[in-house]
Design a protein around this ligand. Sequence first.
Ligand code: SF4
Ligand code: SF4
Length: 128
Amino acid sequence: MAYTIAEPCIGTKDTACVNVCPVDCIHLRKDEDNFQTTFALYIDPDTCIDCGACVPECPVSAIFPNDDVPEQWSEYIQKNADWYVMSREDFDAKWAAQEAAVYKARMESGELKEEGTVAGFDPAQYGL
Ligand code: SF4
Ligand code: SF4
């Protein structure tokens, strides 16, 4: 199995989970290229050792064991895995519009956290 980061990370992205992961399988870290341009963080399912240490660190309860991911966020299991096997271009083609819609809604509702902001975000780029 593995753990998955679901929708609540979008617009939060505070990296609290990254700091406790014993196998460094949550990315992007703040010091990695492109951190500012991603909507959320993702767990590498092939490296995750199912320790659960990241779960209580998340301020928005975004992390679940794959078996317990809420049904409305079940596609995030695939999304987390895709991040580690797809090019950024292909990943964005598959997922960015959906993530952008969540991000925009969070921005408009005032839920967006400073650390969760995406540099250069342009809703029109995603047809929003
Ligand atoms: S469950 Fe453990 S190994 Fe997996 S992402 Fe969370 S902290 Fe890392
Ligand atoms: S702790 Fe939660 S909100 Fe923060 S980066 Fe990790 S999954 Fe996202």
